[in-house]
Design a protein around this ligand. Sequence first.
Ligand SMILES: C[S@@+](CC[C@H](N)C(=O)[O-])C[C@H]1O[C@@H](n2cnc3c(N)ncnc32)[C@H](O)[C@@H]1O
Length: 268
Amino acid sequence: MSEQISAFSHVDSAAQTGALVEFLDRTAADHFGEINRRSFDLLHLRDGAAVLDVGCGTGDDVRAMRAEVGARGCATGIDLSRRMVEEALARDCNSTFASRFLVGDVRSLAFADGAFDACRISRVLLHVDDPETALGEAARVVRSGGRIVAVEPDFDTLTLAHPDRATTRAVLDAFCDSFAHGGVGKWLAIWLRRLGMSEIRCEPRIVPIDAGFLRKGFQIEQMAKRACELGAIDEERRAGFLRTLDDLAAREEFFCAATVLLVSATRP
Ligand SMILES: C[S@@+](CC[C@H](N)C(=O)[O-])C[C@H]1O[C@@H](n2cnc3c(N)ncnc32)[C@H](O)[C@@H]1O
């Protein structure tokens, strides 16, 4: 893909929306399999439940939850992007039980207080201007006794084994800062506590990132260029950093990992 993943804040005006869909499919398969399954478990879905997935993307997770709530249940996905909602509807057309997909903004959900038994928000808050308010909206639409689950990375702790530590820090900072809130993961439990949620449980996960994905998915070359433009590193250090990264990968001495926070709570 050649689209910046920070473009998830404005999918419909991104240059290559297809590349963003491709990124979601790749990461769902390679990085989020266990995390997603655990997030569904933590929602405590039962037959007949109404569940909402905020920022649902391609809708694959909505379909997975739909299967758990049965014929009497209801699964809804909302996404800011019309293009993503169209993709989700197209993928849903052969499902046994149809799901509901709507265009909507997490910052102002068009649902009544307590309208859902459970609400999930995954990989969305890092792209939103005011993520604490957005999380409050997601919590607002959960009924008393219902569950909320948030899954977000914390790119402040993205780690990469590279001998030039100063340049690595500058490049990884540029990557984290390319998002509206790249370090949002660390705040989820704190914000849920401020919202008065109970039974807050925080489950961190470390996700290995391979050299190909760091380059193509995380666009590390562009991030090094960005660090240069910001004046954090010079051109010589940028070129040397990327050269060494290639050498490390060729020698199979590459290591990179991202932290993902999986946080769940109950609405009192
Ligand atoms: C990285 S994708 C994650 C999709 C899905 N939740 C998943 O984990 O595969 C982020 C999604 O959030 C959507 N999004 C971004 N800002 C949003 C907002 N303010 N309200 C609702 N959705 C938003 C994007 O359009 C995109 O589909």
